[in-house]
Write a protein that binds this ligand. Structure first.
Ligand SMILES: *Cc1c(COP(=O)(O)O)cnc(C)c1O
Length: 387
């Protein structure tokens, strides 16, 4: 199995030994029969393999972990009830008071809130290296470096190999949130990054019907994340949700190709429209990091497109958004359905206005999550909304 498209279907999947069922069954059970007292003791002592209790491990969830580990080229993975549970388990499992965490922003708002809120309350120093650069921010106390493979909402990239190299030289663990790219476009572990995480809620699920998160990397790093996140925090993914992600990932390569095709068509159309001032899309030659995007992303430039209206006003954004027919106004992303949002009043409404403007998020900005509908229909819808 060399091609990702084949692995997305088959990895982690084995016909059920009890029945031969090809589709991984939903193991809807909390506990598993231990057998005899001595067999139970061996399981709990870690001397025998097997399932005990679904918060620790569950066969449906394990199949999903194996599939995602395979796609990211990781030795191990651990799934959680949300991307946020994955982030907090990663922090709590690997850092301790006195450690320093350096991030390159802008980060997903919830992640930055988590790092600053929970991290700092637990004695972890959180340093924003976005402006000053990573090299200048690293110190001997730096234990973790955190980046996203495509940033929200302006879709910038970080050179992952360089981030990994700098982090490693300082003995820090590098983490990449690969939610916006998925392993179809970027595989951070191959660039030397230590841990990759996803909000599976977005592209991996792909149908807007399940919340989940996952972290993948070496067995040594995943073990403490699993122990803390499942054993102590209890953020385990439910087996029924794991089934939806297993099913979603089978079509991820096909969906991602359609997202990329539609997004490029939409970005090119918007760029040529007189009511639009700027389009942020890594696949456009006008993107400031187009060369890095071509080097680092494989098979496409993603399904997210952000644009700024020539009239940088909330009323103008409302005029366009409220007229869209195929794009639904919503904050999630990565669904087969196209979604649109106004970052200044939704995803970035909790960011103070000055910081929001510094991050380039104006009142006339609109973020699109381009679905898998026919690109011509999406372009026509945007055309009629822009007027
Ligand atoms: C949505 C998202 C998260 C949080 O995931 P949830 O599943 O909503 O908890 C983290 N990072 C990125 C980049 C996201 O888009």
């Amino acid at each position: 199995m060399t091609h990702l498209r084949t692995r997305a279907v088959h990895a982690g999947q084995h016909p059920d030994p009890a029945t031969g069922a090809i589709t991984t069954p939903i193991s809807q059970t909390t506990a598993f029969a231990l057998g005899t007292l001595e067999q139970g003791a061996a399981l709990f002592a870690g001397q025998a393999d097997g399932y005990r209790y679904s918060r620790f491990a569950n066969p449906t969830v394990a199949a999903l972990e194996a599939k995602l580990a395979d796609l990211e080229g990781a030795a191990a993975a651990v799934a959680f009830a949300s991307g946020t549970a994955a982030c907090s388990s990663l922090l709590l499992g690997l850092l301790q008071p006195g450690d320093e965490l350096v991030f390159l922003g802008p980060l997903y708002g919830g992640t930055e809130g988590l790092l600053r809120g929970m991290g700092e309350r637990w004695g972890i120093r959180v340093v924003d290296a976005t402006t000053g650069g990573l090299a200048a921010a690293l110190t001997p106390a730096t234990r973790m470096v955190w980046v996203e493979t495509l940033t929200n909402p302006t879709l910038r990239l970080h050179d992952l190999a360089e981030v990994a190299r700098l982090a490693r030289a300082h003995g820090a663990i590098s983490v990449a949130d690969n939610t916006f790219c998925t392993p179809m476009l970027a595989r951070p572990l191959e660039q030397g990054i230590d841990l990759v995480l996803h909000s599976m809620t977005k592209y991996l699920g792909g149908h807007g019907d399940a919340t989940g998160g996952i972290v993948a990397g070496s067995a040594e790093l995943i073990a403490p994340v699993r122990k803390t996140g499942l054993g102590h925090v209890g953020g385990n993914l439910a087996p029924a949700e794991a089934y939806l992600f297993l099913r979603g990932i089978k079509t991820l390569p096909l969906r991602m190709a359609a997202h990329c095709e539609g997004a490029l068509a939409v970005a090119q159309f918007l760029q040529s429209h007189p009511a639009v001032r700027t389009v942020h899309y890594p696949g456009l030659p006008s993107h400031p990091q187009h060369d890095l995007a071509r080097r680092q992303l494989q098979g496409g430039f993603g399904g997210m497109v952000t644009f700024e209206l020539a009239r940088d006003e909330r009323a103008e954004a409302a005029r366009v958004l409220d007229r869209l027919q195929l794009f639904t106004q919503a904050v999630s992303l990565g669904d087969v359905d196209s979604l649109a949002c106004h970052p200044a009043s939704t995803t970035h409404s909790f960011v103070p206005q000055q910081a929001r403007e510094a991050a380039g998020v104006g009142e006339g900005m609109i973020r699109l999550s381009v679905g898998i509908e026919h690109p011509d229909d999406l372009v026509a819808d945007l055309g009629q909304a822009l007027g």
